[in-house]
Design a binder for this molecule. Structure first.
Ligand code: SF4
Length: 313
């Protein structure tokens, strides 16, 4: 019998000893960002390869960080007029809809984010009043954590609340859960997103073609009439190669997903081992331009301390 996505979350690897046993490894140890790896993701890792690009993303390995690596590198807090809401750009706001992720990525820039008091349903009266008077806002992004770690019931409640604000036209959902636990794309989610009056954009977070399973390709098919995009993080030893990125672009395209952004690493404490220099990133990107058509080329960007995204090339 197929597992439900809730069971997959419950059965994830969550301790160093679980991981060492599962991967027949001795390199896992508890770090400051707790381990969390769904078995669906773990199964995509080549156990005999210590440099497997998926393994490297989830293996805790604290590195001594230089001074420009910070606990909160993108300063979300400075742009939060109301608890649970971040407003950086005039036309769109981001809601911290969940404090939970299905996987813990060791390069995550929000690993130290203070999610307390950011529950958007609890803070809805303030969020509603802010959104209702912010007539220039036409798009709401659900981020987290990961919005798809919420139950269908809670998501539906949030969706209805957003739909009731007439000047909001677009709903954007950022998710890595749908990729690492493909059964999260449930019939209920598909129906909810197909029925809403809002234009729906889903931005998947996928860094490497090896993350894309047959189950994901099959389940995402039902979302094809929505706008499907992908963003990646440029990560040393994971995807710092033009051919690897080209393969990802083509694999995404098979599922009608277009590459949208590739982000230079946000310098979060402990993640220095993932850093690619700007020169190296530019070099790889120039090669990538020759390997894929323009519509399969993500935009290379850097988050500028919370103010804006800057195109690097
Ligand atoms: S899924 Fe996204 S928010 Fe969650 S740990 Fe990974 S990078 Fe961070």
């Amino acid at each position: 019998m197929n597992k439900t996505w809730n069971e997959s979350v419950r059965n994830s690897l969550k301790t160093a000893s679980d991981c060492n046993e599962y991967f027949d490894h001795d390199g896992f140890q508890e770090g400051s960002f707790p381990i969390k790896i769904p078995l669906e993701f773990a199964q995509r890792i080549n156990k005999s390869d210590p440099l497997d690009p998926l393994l490297l993303q989830i293996l805790p390995k604290e590195t001594q960080s230089s001074n420009d690596f910070l606990d909160s590198p993108v300063s979300d807090e400075r742009h939060s007029p109301v608890k649970g809401l971040i407003h950086k750009y005039p036309s769109r706001v981001l809601l911290i809809s969940s404090s939970v992720c299905a996987i813990h990525c060791q390069y995550c820039f929000r690993q130290n984010f203070d999610y307390q008091d950011n529950d958007i349903l609890k803070n809805w009266p303030d969020i509603d009043s802010y959104l209702s008077r912010s007539k220039e806002v036409n798009e709401v992004l659900l981020s987290g954590g990961d919005p798809l770690t919420l139950s269908d019931k809670k998501l539906s409640k949030i969706l209805k609340k957003i739909e009731s604000i007439r000047h909001i036209k677009t709903l954007r959902i950022h998710t890595r859960t749908a990729v690492v636990i493909p059964s999260r794309i449930t019939k209920e989610i598909i129906s909810m997103l197909n029925k809403t009056r809002l234009k729906v954009v889903i931005v998947f977070h996928i860094n490497h073609a090896q993350e894309i399973s047959d189950d994901f390709i099959k389940n995402v098919e039902a979302l094809r009439n929505l706008t499907l995009l992908n963003q990646s993080v440029f990560l040393k030893d994971v995807n710092d190669d033009a051919k690897v990125l080209a393969k990802l672009s083509y694999k995404l395209f098979e599922s009608s997903i277009l590459p949208y952004y590739i982000h230079l690493l946000d310098k979060v404490t402990g993640a220095e081992r993932f850093l690619i220099s700007d020169n190296k990133a530019n070099e790889i990107f120039i090669k990538l331009q020759k390997l894929v058509p323009g519509y399969l080329l993500p935009r290379l960007v850097r988050d500028e301390g919370g103010e804006s995204k800057r195109l690097v090339l």
